[in-house]
Design a protein around this ligand. Structure first.
Ligand SMILES: NC(=O)c1ccc[n+]([C@@H]2O[C@H](COP(=O)([O-])OP(=O)(O)OC[C@H]3O[C@@H](n4cnc5c(N)ncnc54)[C@H](O)[C@@H]3O)[C@@H](O)[C@H]2O)c1
Length: 671
């Protein structure tokens, strides 16, 4: 296909001629059948909703098609409209466009749907089981068409995958505003999502799926490495290293698959249970997990062997995590660090597989007998917690890794609460990411080289390393370790060969670091040292972007952790400070209704105008959260904010006075 033919197809929108039905590709990983939640009149509505994307002449054929899809998969994906060209990150000029911002957005969307990157590419799911880019292929086609036509005096508006249209705006405005899963708060239960999604009116955008900022598993490898390293520092009171330490967890899926790789980078032996043989095979072939065992005796023998020999390897157990926790407790295997990364944000539709049932039995039960499946999940969670408690009584440090494990376990009635009614185990943000990273402004800054050329990525790696090293010279002691971890990471990044899909990189940096790196990239683009624009962005799992009481904001203790002003303000603030696109989501990570999060993308094109925008926007994008965390009296954030106010003219933030608890207690006693 010639480049111009490809451009025509990308810009085609809804085709004039009805494409043929496409065969179901059994070689790919597909989304599980979703719950049959609509009544008969709602099913009619779902089909009517789907048909509004197409001219009436197609309706007799498509109505049957869509009715079949709804019955077979619980959703209408419009499979026949999936384009025939390969969807993947390409260089900007390969995308039809009139403005660079739109081409960069097309690149990012295409990466999220690349078969080598996405979890269920044909169902338009990037990760996390239900993290959708679009709800159906008509939305993809129309969005690409709009982006190919838009000028820099228009803004595309996308409601949960549906491209509402192009609206006149102005050059400095975002080119795209996305919202995902925003609902009236009282309509935000798991079943509401199932229903609205089946009707085709809302979607679960996760974080970087529906905001077009996914960069493959690299992002989570970095975050997990930082988490495991700091978890080990937390339990190594006398500064002992990682030798002979064991980490146990579950899941080798989209994100969870990073765990064995990250544990090995951190120098810790890992055992990760996974019930889906396809997921194990993918991670094993990729080299992210070293050895696979289905037999418990063999795994126990092998774990003892590697711990005794001080080796670092990663092991997959083909089976249920509950069996591992129970067998390791019975066999007195010492687990130093423990967690869980099943998809418990989505427990009833394939996110968590209950112990005592095969993978196939569970898949059948969840659609055919949802009541029984629910009870099996709860029973399994109770067993899992009981076994974990046996380990923690012997010294294991167990943490919730942002998958709603503690939340669902508590709903299951598992023994997971302490005497004052709080979870007996911390979320990783409470103990690790919050005080060590977020409160100092360190979060997941990422970039993508729009040339799609690995040599540009090499240049950006070098620039980022130099900037972090330069900042380390004057950094206060409080953030030297964070800088050192990230300098180490970026030095090793190319060697670890983490690029899958777009030429992307991630590291953790604070506001000063993010601005310094972005500015240096912009200057290098101006000088031609980097050959094309660079997109900067971040995961939503960050300092300011996410209000999530059991994860990102779990270390906020002034009672405000169930509010979401910070995340909403963040997106609004980014949008008028220079972001190329912004997105705001309900759900993501811990589940629909449990979190509000937002993100941005910004195209660096080497101009001085962009230089001004990046300084203004990145400063807000981090310091909004620092100011909120400081107001919540987090001492690390108060330190960071004071430092920021000293060096930033115009930044004047309300600081808290710290009341003495005794004064309050005495005041209350006298009532
Ligand atoms: N902490 C973070 O930074 C972070 C980041 C991203 C995602 N998450 C959360 O982590 C969870 C996992 O994300 P993902 O993208 O890997 O999801 P995923 O659905 O791709 O993978 C989860 C895996 O767990 C397996 N599994 C389920 N129940 C099991 C059981 N009982 N025993 C063994 N294996 C079991 C599934 O087969 C699946 O492969 C999600 O809830 C996600 O929201 C956390």
């Amino acid at each position: 296909m010639t480049p111009s033919d490809l451009k025509k197809l990308i810009a085609e929108g809804i085709p004039e001629k009805l494409p043929d039905v496409k065969p179901y590709d059994y070689n790919l990983n597909h989304a599980p059948k979703r719950k049959d939640i609509l009544n008969s009149s709602e099913k009619k509505l779902a089909i009517k909703n789907a048909l509004r994307y197409f001219p009436e002449k197609f309706h007799p054929v498509l109505a049957k098609d869509f009715a079949r899809e709804l019955a077979a998969y619980g959703r209408i994906y419009m499979y026949r409209f999936r384009p025939d060209y390969e969807i993947k990150a390409r260089k900007l000029d390969d995308f039809p466009h009139r403005t660079t911002g739109a081409a960069a957005i097309m690149l990012m969307i295409s990466n999220n749907l690349d078969c080598a990157v996405a979890q269920h590419p044909h169902e338009l799911i990037t990760y996390g089981g239900n993290g959708a880019v679009f709800q159906n292929w008509a939305q993809y086609r129309l969005t690409m068409k709009y982006l190919s036509e838009m000028t820099d005096e228009q803004t595309l508006v996308v409601y949960s995958g549906h491209p509402l249209g192009l609206f006149p705006s102005q050059k400095d405005a975002p080119r795209l505003v996305v919202t995902n899963g925003m609902v009236i708060p009282n309509y935000s239960s798991q079943d509401h999502w199932e229903k609205f999604n089946a009707l085709g009116v809302s979607q679960y955008g996760q974080m970087t799926a529906g905001s077009y900022m996914y960069i493959g598993p690299q992002g989570i490898v970095h975050g997990t490495t930082i988490t495991i390293l700091n978890a080990n520092r937390l339990i190594s009171k006398s500064g002992e290293g990682t030798n002979g330490k064991l980490f146990v967890s579950s899941g080798l899926g989209g994100m969870s698959g990073a765990q064995p790789k990250a544990a090995s980078i951190a120098g810790i032996v890992s055992v990760i249970a996974e019930v889906n043989p396809k997921a194990i095979q993918a991670r094993h072939q990729q080299g992210w997990v070293d050895e696979v065992y289905a037999d418990m005796k063999n795994i126990i023998r092998r774990v003892r062997q590697v711990i005794d020999a001080n080796e670092v390897i990663s092991i997959a157990y083909e089976g249920n995590i509950v069996d591992i926790w129970e067998a390791f407790a019975d066999e007195n295997i010492k687990v130093d660090l423990g967690s869980d990364q099943t998809s418990l944000h989505n427990p009833w539709a394939g996110g968590y597989y209950p112990a005592g049932y095969s993978f196939e039995e569970s898949n059948h039960m969840m659609t055919e007998n949802p009541g029984k499946f629910r009870e099996a999940v709860y029973q399994s969670l109770r067993r899992q917690v009981e076994a974990i408690n046996r380990h923690t009584n012997r010294g294991t440090y167990f943490f919730d890794y942002g998958n709603a494990f503690l939340l669902e376990a508590s709903r299951a009635g598992a023994d997971v609460m302490n005497s004052i009614g709080e979870f007996r185990y911390p979320s990783y943000v409470q103990d690790i990411m919050g005080p060590v990273c977020f409160d100092y402004g360190f979060g997941p800054f990422r970039w993508v080289c729009c040339s799609n050329d690995p040599s540009d990525l090499e240049v950006t790696d070098r620039i980022a390393k130099e900037e972090l090293e330069r900042l380390t010279e004057k950094a206060p002691d409080q953030i030297k370790q964070q800088l050192a971890d990230n300098i180490h990471w970026i030095k090793e990044a190319a060697k670890n060969r983490l690029v899958v899909g777009s030429q992307a990189r991630i590291l953790y940096a604070d506001a000063e670091g993010r601005i310094a790196i972005a500015e240096a990239f912009n200057n290098a683009i101006a000088k031609g040292e980097i050959s094309a624009p660079v997109v900067i962005g971040r995961d939503h799992h960050d300092v300011s972007g996410t209000d999530s009481p059991f994860r990102e904001t779990s270390n906020i203790c002034d009672g405000s952790k169930f509010t979401s002003d910070m995340a909403v303000q963040n997106v609004i603030g980014d949008s008028f400070r220079g972001a190329t696109w912004v997105s705001l989501h309900n759900g993501g990570g811990v589940g629909w209704g449990e979190v509000i999060n937002g993100g941005f993308g910004m195209v660096l094109d080497g101009t001085s105008d962009t230089g001004n925008k990046l300084r203004m926007m990145l400063h807000w994008d981090v310091n909004n959260g620092i100011a909120r965390r400081s107001w919540a009296r987090n001492k690390e954030a108060m330190f960071t904010l004071k430092r920021e106010m000293d060096r930033t003219p115009g930044l004047i933030v309300t600081m808290p006075y710290i009341a003495d608890d005794q004064i309050i207690e005495e005041a209350l006693e006298k009532q």
